[in-house]
Write a protein that binds this ligand. Structure first.
Ligand SMILES: Nc1ncnc2c1ncn2[C@@H]1O[C@H](COP(=O)(O)OP(=O)(O)OP(=O)(O)O)[C@@H](O)[C@H]1O
Length: 284
């Protein structure tokens, strides 16, 4: 089966510090996974802060270059996508959704203009009527309509509404892959499920695969097909999401699960002991 996305032993090392205390930080250490072209899926990357999730997202989007290893999208090494034309084609196929919907939209610009610009830039929609039609179609997929948001500014909308609009904007180019980096962490908890439910609709009805990056094990459990759990740049566990999250094998995955959903006092205290030992090791 041909692959939509393939990560092959991808690493990323950053140079940190100043002139006198220069050091390297291995943010991603040999990560491999792939997503089939034929079957859309929700592939989730879970891990605590600093585990390398965003760095992977940036490398998939071509915004960071792997130090070693290869990332291929539809068979092509993403680092070779450089010409403007190729880059536009790539961005049409791979769309990002970011954490903070308030930052994603300039507060001084009416929100519909972002959608019209995307329709123009990626889909060649020249007239305002074409742009409106494409924007409205995308908004319908997220349970909104152009009439509802026309002429409104980001401060007039809720975080949940804005994140839906961000999803709609990402849908306009009809991508094959969406890379969503913590898309619900800034959204009110009561609205999170409505956003992640959208991802299921995109997968099932539009054939869009999603890389869903999150700290939130509850939504990860609910919507993911497969999951990888990252810890300090390594994948410590990978597989079917419900199997991994029901029965984590690695002690870090267990600790992560217990920290989020304390299951019983004994397991929770084992998680705390594990974290304490880690902190002690860090200080040593
Ligand atoms: N441009 C950079 N230069 C130096 N270090 C970086 C850079 N980008 C990320 N890092 C470091 O790489 C590590 C992984 O960061 P990354 O943002 O990928 O983690 P994350 O799992 O997405 O965390 P969070 O959930 O907090 O966003 C962190 O230690 C971070 O400080």
């Amino acid at each position: 089966m041909s692959k939509l996305l393939e990560l092959d032993q991808v690493t990323k090392t950053f140079q940190i510090g100043g002139l006198l205390d220069r050091a390297t930080l291995q943010a991603v250490k040999g990560v491999s996974f792939d997503i089939d072209d034929a079957k859309a899926e929700i592939f989730t990357i879970v891990g605590e802060s600093g585990s390398g999730k965003t760095t992977i997202a940036k490398m998939i989007l071509g915004n960071e270059v792997p130090t070693t290893g290869t990332i291929r999208f539809e068979g092509r090494d993403v680092t070779t996508v450089r010409k403007r034309r190729d880059r536009l084609d790539f961005m049409k196929r791979v769309q990002p959704i970011f954490q903070n919907p308030f930052e994603a939209f300039n507060p001084l610009t009416p929100i519909d203009l972002f959608l019209f610009t995307t329709a123009k830039q990626f889909c060649g929609a020249k007239t305002r009527a074409e742009q409106e039609s494409q924007a409205d179609k995308a908004l319908q997929h997220v349970g909104l309509s152009l009439a509802e948001i026309k002429g409104r500014y980001s401060h007039e909308l809720s975080g949940g509404q804005l994140q839906r609009i961000a999803v709609a904007r990402a849908l306009i180019p009809e991508p094959k892959l969406i890379v969503a980096d913590e898309p619900v962490s800034m959204v009110d908890a009561s609205l999170r499920m409505s956003i992640v439910n959208l991802f299921q609709h995109l997968r099932d009805d539009l054939g869009v695969s999603i890389i869903y990056i999150t700290h939130d094990l509850a939504t990860a459990y609910y919507i993911s097909d497969r999951v990888i759990i990252m810890h300090r740049g390594d994948v410590v566990e990978a597989g079917n999401a419900q199997e991994v999250l029901d029965n984590p094998k690695h002690e870090y995955s267990t600790a992560l699960k217990n920290a989020v959903l304390p299951p019983d006092p004994e397991r929770a205290s084992a998680a705390l002991r594990h974290r304490r030992a880690e902190r002690q090791a860090e200080r040593a």
